[in-house]
Design a protein around this ligand. Structure first.
Ligand code: GLC
Ligand code: CA
Length: 572
């Protein structure tokens, strides 16, 4: 019987993380925008929930073309979010509570308003020219066009024309986010300095944004399908060999000496093998990588109506399990459902008819796996997608471009275009956190800049804490089990074994460690399901989302979305 191993033990393996999107977390100074002091004021809330690691999305000085991922000054804070002093206080007060802080390290690009880029575009011989990726373009039929047909993530070309020197610069996100040229050692040095300065301020690690894109393929056209002018071909700028050289240098000079945690965002294009290349224990690159394979295991791309979303349970199990198995002895994984770039968990995989049961079940299914959990703000109270009514509701640059894209395909059906863009919109995850049923959901005392979901009177933190059987208390319980309970070691270090891989309704797995086993049973179904308990002797029950448990002659009878964790002895 294969058991878990405690191969390496690091502080961040025993952490439970929580992701904060500052703009919509909490507004402390009544200007309608969440801020650093707002996070500080909510530290007791986070502490009470039990998390001990927070990842905060960018709050650096920025023109906010992409809500802060377009950094203008790595060493300053955007006015609307506060000041460097606020950040220092936040770090100090978080540390007093035993909460570590991870910041976004945005190293693939800067804002076009960053002084490096302002210099770079001045002339071809400017000392900062090679900080970015410039190209003369190519001449086709006597006309100058982009060097390649590559598409960008936010729509349109991956190149932007700059009149100043009659050249193109590469930008795989928005026009206002020119890509840094990592081949240039000066860029590496400068970005290493950024990381070091933040570590010196006392932060505990980084979530490394868009890290897989630091190297590019030779500038040759991508294959276009459906006559697309700018095909988005991830392979042209993802997971290419030089990324590993850059990360090894960062590891050697920044991550290793500081013992910080370094979690890379490796996007939807990284295979498990490349995930291991980045973050296996012996990779000397990253601590962990976020992958997105489990984010879209449903029919989202085929349907037009959100209520018809159907989870592909077999696919979901396959995806989670393959990462769990591959990393078993070789690495460590972050465990997250979705983040600030995706729809809300409840709307993606939950069931609006059974919000409480399905929400709890989804939490259990994830939190009992091997890895470091990350809760996305508002997930713990079951926040849902926003009911967008008009394109003007969108703030996110990629949602707006997706709407335009769908409208181009269906010019007569703006309603369909809106619905399609809305289903995947990143703005779903960026609405104001619903703290109470006060005006503006208790997020602010003035009209908030982020949207406020109309369901805040029902779904809010105050209510969730008051109600003993809420989703919030379920999360708190799961965190407690992982951090300080008699089954902590099993949850932390146990091996993972998927059972009944082909069952389309139940997601069941075992964790094994030092002769003990944890049986994690989750029904993803509205209908009644069963599970055969005869191979096990139940030693204890640790999690449930129903008031009682129904076992009849060794058959477990599961109600809609029932979720149970037993400690068991495996009968031989
Ligand atoms: C990452 C971030 C996303 C951002 C992009 C560009 O994917 O999570 O929010 O738009 O990088 O920085
Ligand atoms: Ca504010």
């Amino acid at each position: 019987m294969k058991e878990g191993l405690r191969v390496i033990e690091k502080w961040w393996m025993k952490s439970v993380g929580y992701q904060i999107y500052p703009k919509s977390f909490y507004d402390s100074n009544a200007d309608g925008i969440g801020d650093i002091n707002g996070i500080r004021e909510k530290l007791d809330y986070l502490n009470d929930l039990g998390v001990n690691l927070i990842w905060i999305c960018p709050f650096y000085d920025s023109p906010m073309d992409d809500n802060g991922y377009d950094v203008r000054n790595f060493f300053d804070v955007a006015k609307e979010f506060g000041s460097m002093d606020d950040v220092k206080h936040l770090i100090e007060e978080a540390h007093q509570r035993g909460i570590k802080i991870v910041l976004d390290y945005v190293l693939n690009h800067t804002s076009d308003e960053h002084p490096w880029f302002i210099e770079s575009r001045q002339s071809k011989d400017n000392p900062y020219r090679d900080y970015y990726i410039w190209h003369e373009g190519k001449i086709v039929d006597g006309k100058k066009i982009e060097p390649t047909n590559w598409g960008s993530f936010f729509g349109g070309s991956a190149w932007n024309y700059d009149e100043m020197t009659d050249s193109y610069y590469m930008k795989i996100f928005s026009n206002k986010m020119p890509d840094l040229n990592w081949k240039n050692v000066a860029v590496q040095d400068a970005m290493i300095d950024v990381a070091k300065q933040w570590l010196n301020l006392g932060i505990d690690g980084f979530r490394i944004d868009a890290v897989s894109h630091l190297d590019r393929a030779p500038f040759e056209d991508a294959t276009a399908h459906d006559g697309e002018k700018y095909p988005l071909d991830w392979y042209k700028f993802s997971n290419l060999p030089k990324v590993h050289d850059y990360l090894k240098r960062l590891h050697e000079e920044v991550f290793k000496p500081s013992d910080c945690v370094a979690i890379g965002e490796v996007g939807g294009s990284a295979s498990i093998d490349s995930g291991l290349l980045y973050s296996a224990f012996d990779s000397n690159e990253l601590s962990m990588v976020f992958n997105f394979d489990h984010n879209w295991c449903n029919n989202l791309h085929e349907v037009n109506h959100p209520k018809k979303l159907k989870t592909n349970v077999i696919d979901l199990k396959r995806v989670f399990s393959s990462w769990q198995y591959a990393f078993e002895e070789r690495g460590w994984l972050p465990l997250n459902w979705l983040n600030h770039d995706q729809p809300r968990l409840m709307s993606q995989y939950g069931d609006y008819k059974y919000p409480l049961q399905s929400g709890k079940m989804l939490a259990t299914a994830l939190h009992m796996m091997r890895g470091t959990p990350f809760i996305y703000q508002g997930e713990e109270i079951g926040m849902t997608n926003y009911p967008f009514e008009d394109v003007s509701d969108f703030n996110d640059i990629s949602s707006i471009s997706s709407y335009r894209y769908h409208l181009e395909k269906n010019p007569d059906d703006p309603v369909l275009a809106l619905r399609k863009a809305a289903l995947r919109s990143r703005d779903n995850a960026r609405t104001a956190i619903q703290w109470s049923n006060d005006l503006y959901a208790g997020f602010s005392t003035v009209k908030p800049i982020p949207l406020v979901h109309p369901n805040y009177k029902k779904v809010n933190v105050e209510q969730s804490i008051k109600q003993q059987d809420s989703l919030w208390h379920h999360y708190k319980h799961l965190i407690h089990l992982r951090r300080q309970s008699e089954i902590s070691d099993l949850i932390l270090w146990g091996s993972y074994h998927l059972l009944d891989a082909d069952n389309p309704h139940n997601y069941v797995y075992l964790r094994r460690y030092q002769g003990e086993s944890l049986l994690v049973i989750n029904s993803f179904s509205r209908k009644k399901q069963t599970f055969d308990l005869s191979p096990y002797t139940i030693m204890g029950q640790y999690v449930t989302n129903y008031p009682d448990t129904r076992i009849n002659k060794q058959t477990l009878h599961l109600r809609p979305y029932e979720s149970i964790v037993f400690k068991v002895k495996e009968n031989v």
